[in-house]
Design a protein around this ligand. Structure first.
Ligand code: ZN
Length: 63
């Protein structure tokens, strides 16, 4: 659902995209979102490292 949010610094790890965005109060947040249709995996993290780790370890159920 959140794949259309505006990200900057977007990177891809397999099917998972990691992007940095702002939460409206100017705070950065880092989102790992799977691009596979029907997967729906999308989680926000406080740190880029955590988001990238989640992207690397995501096991997509839809492949
Ligand atoms: Zn997935």
């Amino acid at each position: 659902m959140s794949a259309n949010r505006r990200f900057r610094s977007v990177a891809r790890t397999g099917p998972v995209q990691v992007g940095t965005s702002y939460d409206g109060r100017g705070r950065e947040k880092h989102t790992a979102a799977c691009t596979a249709p029907r997967c729906g995996f999308s989680t926000d993290y406080d740190s880029r490292a955590a988001a990238e780790l989640a992207a690397r370890t995501h096991r997509c159920p839809v492949r």
